[in-house]
Design a protein around this ligand. Sequence first.
Ligand code: MG
Length: 276
Amino acid sequence: MRTRRTTLSLHGLCALVLAGCSSAPAPQSTPTPATAAAQPNRQWKPEDTEYYTPVPPIVTPGENGSPPSDAIVLLGKGGLDEWVLSKDGSPATWPVTDGVATVDKKVGGIKTKRSFTNYQLHIEWRIPEGITGSGQARGNSGVFLASTGPGDMGYELQVLDSYNNKTYVNGQAASIYKQTPPLVNAMRPPGQWQVYDVIWTAPTFNADGSLKTPAYVTALHNNVLVQNHFQLRGHTPYIGLPKYTAHGPAPIMLQAHGDPSPPISFRNIWIRPLNQ
Ligand code: MG
C-alpha cells in the first residue's frame, strides 16, 4: 500500500508561510492537458499538480435546516422584509406567522427586493392539509428563478400538489414549467413541508441581445434529484413556446396562482449568490 505524502512543496510553503517569497509563485490552477502536451518529456512530481491559493472561504454549515453562515436569509423570523409585491413594488403583505408566509391570492405574487444572477437557493413550502381541486387547480404556485418582466415572465420551477394529482407531467411539481418534468415525483402528502434546493445558472446575452449561454438548473425535491443540469429553452410561458429575451440580474418571485384552492405556505428561504 502506498503511503500518502505529507511533505509540503517549496511553493506550498512559500504560499502558506512566506507571503512574498522570492521564488516562483505558487501555481493558481491545476496544469491543463495543454500544459502537459507542451512539455512531453517533463518528469512530473506530485507537487507539480498541487496548489495552495486562493484558499476557499470557510462556511459553517447549518444544522437541522438552518442556513449556512454565508447565506442571505430571504424568509426567516424577520418575515417578508426582503420582499415586495410583484405588481407594484409595495411592501409584501402576505400574512406571516412564526416565519411562515402564506400566499394572499388577492394581492398577487411577491418578489425579492434584491436581484440575483447565479445562486444556490433553499426554499420550503407546504400544501395545506385538506387541499381541494385537481390538476393545475390544486395548490398551484411557483418559484420564478428569475422574474424578468411583468406577470409570470421568467423561469418557473413549478409548485403544485403532485401527491396523487394527475396533470400534464411538464406541469407537475418540480417541473420546469412546460419544458421538462421532474426526473421523479418526490412529493410528500399535503400538510407536510416540501423542500427545494436549487442551483441556478443564469443565461447570458451578447451586446446585441442575442443569447450567449443558456440557463441551467439543477434541483432537489426533498433531497431527491429532480432536475440535473437541465438546459432551459427560454422562459416558461403558459401559452406558446419558450424563448429568451435579454435580461440582467433579476429578482426571485413566488407565484400567487389564481386557482380557487386554499393558499399554500412558504418558510425558511435562503440564498447563496455564486460568482463562478
Ligand atoms: Mg405555477
